[in-house]
Ligand binder design. Sequence first.
Ligand code: ADP
Ligand code: ASP
Ligand code: MG
Length: 399
Amino acid sequence: MSVIVQKYGGSSVATTEKIKKVAETVIKRQKKGHKMVVVVSAMGDTTDDLISLANGISKKPDKRELDALLSTGEMISSALLAMAIKDMGYEAISYTAYQIGMKTSGQYGKSLIEDLEVEKINKSLKEDKIVIIAGFQGINEIGDITTLGRGGSDTTAVAIAVKLDGICEIYTDVDGIYSTDPRKYSDAKKLKEIDYEEMLELASLGAQVMHSRSIELGQKYGVPIYVGLSCSEIEGTVIREVNNMNMESKPVTGLATSDEDIAVTIKGIEQNINILSNIFEVIGSRKINIDMISQTAPIDGKVNVSFTIPKDDTYECMSIIKQFTEEKNIFIDKDITKFSVVGIGMKTTSGVAAKMFKIFSDNNIDVKLITTSEIRITCAIKQEDKGKAINLIANKFNL
Ligand code: ADP
Ligand code: ASP
Ligand code: MG
């Protein structure tokens, strides 16, 4: 009998009515002969509300206590869902990360899953209980509660599916993965399937529909991930290895944007690779994700270096850079959107970047920074140009 691991996102469990609807859907599936494990996110905007509460107490909330606070959201929704299922006359049990030995490592707020114990889950499944698990949380080496980063319940679900050798289904408020966020481009096309590599790039570059680490896990262990609309029969999208690099396949599969980064420029630093590598090494050691690095040609032995970092890491990153250079040499640009196109087809199709830059230049869209990989092109543009850029590029590449 197969185990199905389903995950319901915040909007799917936003009210008690919606929780009851999820309970009915899960029971229906169990009746078809499956063992059901359900991972839940916090109800609606609970996590944002908890963050606001913390910000009302402190300008820089203590990270350990912030995780202790944020983890409570998922405890509420998991207990309520178990309660709803029991109320409908079926067996259910909710577990927190501690109860299933969800071990994490790394920093508070962005911890990584190391392992989890499946004995308790399996025992409950054997007793025909529907197992409900609080997503997004773990317990670190010293027994503290940690969280996996925003959107992390997806990763909880995939990790559990991997360990139980189960089928993984992510339910959310859209009926699948689209070529770009359907809320930002209404003509976006739904994809039947998408390769792990492409989805990983899109998720890392701002497509918030999936937590990027959940895709890494799925890919590593070969677990396909189904993404669909909560409590609906509409066919969604499967994320898996897709080998369709045929003549018909499009060079660009998807487009993602992110306003979550800032651009940092350090002016007039000695053209000495040691200085730069020291700066990047210290920033990297704090797990701050540096992207889009570019350097100007040297003038009198000095260069300007620009790169992007997540907005949330601005304070920490600045304090590191100030150890290497004077404050007057550091410039920050908060008005950037990272605009990316992604597609495995780019491996075999040339000219995608040229087409994109031509469209930008014909339409007076300034490109501030560029990075490319084998399957993606990312440009930093002004935030005010985002909407125009999405329309132009999605149209050109038939997304
Ligand atoms: P949940 O709370 O269920 O985890 P999220 O808000 O994290 O849901 O993710 C769902 C949202 O992701 C959608 O409402 C949609 O606006 C957005 N999204 C961004 N990019 C895409 C995409 N390429 N395909 C589908 N949805 C996308
Ligand atoms: N509740 C958490 C968040 O809002 C985790 C999740 O939804 O996956 O980020
Ligand atoms: Mg999410």
